[in-house]
Write a protein that binds this ligand. Structure first.
Ligand code: 13P
Length: 250
């Protein structure tokens, strides 16, 4: 089994006070999470606070997004080198909320993936289909297209140094988790597709599942052969619930 990684995506949530409390809660229970790798992705402005509080702990941190540009006249953007200044390990790219609410397409996502790598960050590349696409039977085609944009720009070997998160859009924040078998089927498709190009990459890449993961369903998901952890939204805002998910991977 590959090492389990549990990453919290806090999305647009938190305040200085609530994040201080959340971090205290997580660090207080982290010794019970075995060798599960853990990371949290706060809103940009709280990254310095999180970096200060988590330095020296087993919990890593990352960003929820990254600019495709490295510097210059790009108002509102945050570049990879800036995230490096605060020792971010990961950068999420292509989250479905970025794709659907902010019109970020496959090619733009691929450029963000490239920007993260260039800065030495580990991209967490999100892929996944909408409910309509699932019902049309095009889940694999959609996921393949999303992966191909990155493979075409950066080469398949780049995915061996990245994390992939399969997040079916219909399972995000809806309380509707993909069944462990539904998730496993898509994870196996992803790994199989990569194996067709480079077996070493397929073996190495961590493929996380995201979409209504909770303490109560995490163990069953992580027990599947191709599910190497989770990208957690709502449940990562509650220290006890997040720790329960991390322990499920231990
Ligand atoms: P939920 O866990 O709230 O469904 O969110 C999943 C997600 O989008 C993580 O990136």
């Amino acid at each position: 089994m590959r090492q389990i990684l549990v990453a919290g995506n806090w999305k647009l949530n938190g305040s200085r006070d609530s994040i201080e409390q959340l971090i205290s809660g997580i660090t207080a229970g982290v010794e019970n999470t075995g060798d599960t790798q853990i990371a949290v992705c706060p809103p940009f402005v709280y990254i310095p606070l999180v970096a200060e509080r988590l330095a020296g702990s087993k919990v890593a941190w990352g960003s929820q997004d990254i600019s495709d540009q490295s510097a210059g006249a790009f108002t509102g953007e945050v570049a990879g080198a800036m995230l490096n200044d605060f020792n971010c390990k990961y950068a999420i790219v292509g989250h479905s909320e970025r794709r659907s609410l902010y019109a970020e397409d496959d090619d733009f996502t691929a450029r963000k993936f490239a920007a993260a790598r260039k800065a030495g960050l580990i991209p967490i590349l999100c892929v996944g289909e909408t409910l309509q696409e699932r019902e049309q039977g095009v889940t694999e085609a959609v996921v393949a297209r999303q992966l191909d944009a990155v493979i075409n720009l950066e080469g398949v070997a780049a995915l061996g140094e990245a994390v992939i998160a399969y997040e079916p859009v219909w399972a995000i924040g809806t309380g509707k988790t993909a069944s462990p078998q539904q998730a496993q089927d898509v994870h196996a498709f992803i790994r199989g597709k990569l194996a067709g190009l480079n077996v070493g990459v397929a073996d190495k890449v961590q493929i996380l599942y995201g979409g209504s993961v909770k303490g109560a369903n995490a163990a069953e998901l992580f027990a599947k052969a191709d599910i190497d952890g989770g990208l957690i939204g709502g449940a990562s805002l509650d220290a006890a619930e997040f720790l329960a998910i991390c322990s499920a991977g231990a």
